[in-house]
Unconditional design. Structure first.
Length: 664
């Protein structure tokens, strides 16, 4: 998506790209549609409230209607798998798009339009309403612009910093396309979040935790700062950071002499990690964790921690800082009905289940751990971290306790994993599935008619961000970090003797966890256990791929394929299935499970040899950033020469549509 809205001359078209015009929906010079005259709009507190909340579903994550929602977005990582492997894990299949991609400005334009009009009016007293509420809604828009920019930072890295809207002028729009170094983008995001926190209240007006608050801005600031600090640390010395060798920004005059604001990349790392610690502490020190009683199969409030993830109303949970509400007659989702079955074919991996500690704080392989093995799913759960016990489903458990007559799609009792099914709604991809997001009320289990809430920000992330930033910055854990970690483990019903866990950790036995690596090197046991805690606590909440990228945790797959595995199908559990349900054979188009000669464990991507995923998950450095579509170089270039565009492509990618990464 480019800045440009005007028609593109055919003389600018190259290769297979055939664009007659660029859509009006994606560009900075498109005014918001409204029946209200611009001079009369955004002049009252209610206008500001309506405009900002309208941006929420476009910018913030939430449940989809039919899929597994937030709980399915860790798919295509080492945490969760779906039947088809994403192209980004099959080098050569992910290619430069012809049009669109992540280079888009629609939401940024909407935010800038608001701030460009509202800020002068506010300063001149031209907005009616309660001052505190007006300020809060302005803060919301600073937050939303920051969140949108953070998505761009993760996807593209260097990106134009745009603070205002533009007229429909080709030269101005092209000039505005220059990419700011990612460190400047991250600083810009933090500045917006500081403005948001300064203007917003701790309790949002007219919305409770359904609307963004000061704490949410502080939490996002800690996430952004931790992301950039660790990215710079692990990608230092590569083309993926400003001023690194072969950084493409150096080839453009506007970035040729770029200098870090702190004077060096080490200074930038320290700056961002310091910011992460400070922002995380603001939230963690003032927000209590929700209690975990360990109770499951109860519709009452016997276990607030379990119920928090599927409540209709999440306002009563201290840890939930922002959530989206659904309504059975207006906006619904399908999370509950999928949580009662195979999770919409999103399965937990063997690596995910094995990463959880025993309740005594020892890894499963440690002497004296008490691990019962994985011949049966029941054994996997016994004596483990309380979160695995709560959220890993096993056959025979109740999925529904009341209102069964109201639904034709409810699954009252958890069946043996239906690994043979072909339909997305029924298939158990790995044999392991989660109960996170499950409600025992079948009123939510009519297909497409659920209305459980969707958590957007949870305060425990601030605890985790502080722990990690503290260690990454100082090489040790301060008192606050230890305290936060022990609180998380107490809630998880795991021994708080963190030192014993670290001492028992053998990194050579943790290699199925991508987070055990940075830049193809195994990390220290202490840092690994910090990452393990984050992985276990935030399981299926959509943050895993973000973490893996910033840790540079996929280099080990550049030369060595990784095979995703699920449960131990070819052990005693094979007796659960009929012979047709266990059909295997790589050359057999009727195969439904993987060959036992490959592994005792179900390998969802190695069922048929003609599948692109059969040889395993692979990686290339270029895939840490997405390619910019060819369209954007063409329409900002002079005379059809894409090298004259102010935009430069990400490392390893070309500006040619359909090309795969080269020479990287």
């Amino acid at each position: 998506m480019s800045f440009l809205r005007h028609k593109i001359k055919n003389t600018l078209l190259i290769g297979a790209v055939a664009l007659a015009a660029v859509s009006c929906n994606d560009y900075l010079n498109q005014a918001p549609l409204s029946a209200i005259a611009p001079d009369d709009y955004l002049t009252d507190e209610s206008h500001l409230a309506a405009y900002t909340v309208r941006r929420y579903p476009d910018i913030l994550p939430s449940h989809g209607r039919w899929d597994f929602g937030t709980f399915g977005t860790d798919a295509n990582t080492d945490n969760m798998a779906v039947p088809s492997l994403d192209n980004k894990f099959i080098p050569g299949l992910w290619r430069v798009p012809a049009v669109d991609g992540d280079w888009g400005f629609t939401n940024i334009f909407q935010a800038n339009y608001f701030l460009e009009n509202v800020l002068p009016r506010y300063k001149s007293g031209g907005i009616t309403g309660t001052d505190a509420n007006i300020r809060h809604h302005i803060g919301e828009m600073y937050f939303l612009r920051a969140f949108e920019y953070f998505k761009k930072l993760q996807a593209i890295g260097d990106f134009p910093i745009i603070r205002n809207t533009f007229p429909d002028n080709h030269e101005m729009l092209t000039a505005a396309s220059i990419r700011s170094p990612r460190t400047e983008v991250a600083r810009f995001i933090i500045s917006d979040l500081d403005s948001a926190a300064l203007m917003m209240q701790n309790n949002a007006p007219n919305g409770g935790t359904n609307r963004i608050s000061k704490k949410v801005a502080q939490l996002l600031k800690s996430r952004v700062a931790l992301y950039e600090g660790t990215w710079l640390k692990y990608f230092k010395g590569t083309a993926l950071v400003p001023n690194g060798p072969e950084w493409p920004g150096k080839n453009k005059a506007y970035n040729a002499n770029y200098q870090f604001q702190s004077g060096s990349i080490e200074g930038e790392i320290n700056f961002f990690l310091t910011q992460a610690m400070a922002a995380a502490k603001e939230v963690a020190s003032t927000t209590a964790l929700v209690n975990n009683t360990g109770v499951i199969e109860s519709l009452s409030s016997d276990n607030p921690y379990f119920n928090m993830f599927s409540a209709e109303n999440m306002n009563g949970y201290s840890e939930v800082l922002l959530w989206r509400q659904y309504n059975r007659t207006l906006v619904t989702n399908n999370v509950a009905v999928n949580a009662m079955a195979g999770n919409y074919a999103v399965g937990l991996t063997r690596s995910m289940t094995e990463s959880f500690l025993m309740a005594n704080g020892l890894p499963i392989y440690a002497a004296g751990s008490g691990y019962k093995g994985d011949d049966y799913i029941t054994d996997v759960r016994q004596g483990r971290d309380g979160r695995l016990n709560l959220f890993l489903k096993e056959p025979g458990q109740k999925n529904v306790l009341i209102n069964l007559s109201q639904s034709t799609h409810a699954t009252p009792v958890e069946p043996n994993p239906q690994i043979w099914e072909s339909s997305t709604e029924k298939k158990y991809s790995t044999g392991y599935t989660i109960r996170k997001g499950l409600t025992y009320d079948a009123a939510h289990a009519s297909n497409g008619s659920g209305y459980t809430g969707s958590i957007t920000f949870r305060a425990v992330e601030a605890y985790l961000n502080y722990i990690e930033a503290s260690y990454e910055k100082n090489g040790s854990l301060d008192g606050d970090a230890k305290n936060y970690w022990q609180q998380i483990r107490t809630r998880a019903k795991v021994s708080t003797d963190i030192d014993a866990t670290i001492a028992a950790t053998q990194m050579t036995k943790e290699t199925a966890d991508w987070g055990a690596y940075s830049a193809n090197q195994l990390i220290s046991p202490t840092l690994y256990n910090i990452r393990r805690e984050r992985r276990n606590e935030l399981m299926a909440e959509g943050l895993r791929y973000m973490d893996l990228k910033r840790w540079r945790a996929m280099d080990q797959m550049i030369n060595t394929p990784y095979h995703v595995e699920g449960f131990k199908l070819w052990g005693p559990m094979k007796a659960w299935y009929t012979a047709p349900q266990l059909t295997f054979g790589a050359t057999n188009n009727a195969a439904v499970v993987s060959d036992p000669a490959l592994s005792q464990y179900l390998r969802p991507h190695q069922i048929r040899s003609n599948a692109d995923s059969y040889k395993g998950s692979r990686w290339t450095l270029a895939h840490y950033l997405t390619p910019i579509a060819a369209q954007h170089f063409i329409i900002t270039a002079t005379g059809g020469d894409v090298s004259t565009s102010p935009i430069y492509q990400n490392p390893g990618w070309t500006a040619t549509a359909g090309s795969a990464p080269i020479g990287f």
